[in-house]
Design a binder for this molecule. Structure first.
Ligand code: AMP
Length: 187
């Protein structure tokens, strides 16, 4: 089963994705985590991504498309995965659709974690204090929320046409939201 978690930065994709992937016994693939690992290790990918990442901008598709492709062909993602943080652009969505489609697979559920802008800002600033991510500065937070609206939110309409988008209210406890997701996907 392939599940896509859609939602703005701070909407809880990482937290819910982890719970869900563990329950389903499938890997969680998070492009943000891969980029953070690459930056920490100082690989060419990490060096290329850093200036975009730190500014809160999207890393260009030219770089990300190859990364997504590599992840999707891994044996552990053969029968299912939870996607966290991608696709984020229409080119990425096309690549995911095409790659799964060629294997006779598809995104089974698209979960939209819906959190108000006010709450997102509050959470991201709170996380900045706790985690110290290099893109949790005030400026980068503002950019990330704007980039989400401009480049990623239009994907909701793209997927809604197919009718498998479920809106998950992102307020409540982590457990309540996880329960709601379980109810929606039926496992
Ligand atoms: P995230 O951890 O998903 O919030 O991602 C943090 C940052 O990594 C984003 O602000 C982008 O700079 C970069 N990033 C992560 N995933 C993608 C993606 N699919 N496409 C482009 N940039 C990405």
């Amino acid at each position: 089963m392939f599940i896509l978690l859609l939602g703005a930065p701070g909407s809880g994709k990482g937290t819910q994705g982890k719970i869900l992937a563990e329950r389903l016994g499938v890997p969680k693939i998070a492009t943000g985590d891969i980029l953070r690992g690459a930056m920490k290790a100082g690989t060419p990918l990490g060096r290329e991504a850093k200036k975009f990442y730190d500014a809160g901008k999207l890393v260009p598709d030219q770089v990300i498309l190859g990364l997504i492709k590599d992840e999707l062909v891994k044996p552990q993602a053969k029968d299912g995965a939870v996607f966290d943080g991608f696709p984020r652009t229409s080119a990425q969505a096309e690549l995911v659709d095409k790659t799964l489609g060629e294997r006779g697979q598809r995104l089974n559920h698209i979960l939209l974690l819906d959190v108000t802008e006010e709450e997102l800002v509050r959470r991201l600033h709170g996380r900045a204090v706790q985690e110290g991510r290099s893109d949790d500065t005030s400026e980068a937070i503002t950019t990330r929320l704007r980039v989400y609206q401009q480049e990623t939110a239009p994907l909701i309409a793209h997927y809604a046409q197919r009718g498998n988008v479920h809106r998950v209210p992102g307020t409540g406890t982590v457990e309540q939201i996880a329960e709601e997701i379980k109810r929606i996907i039926g496992r």
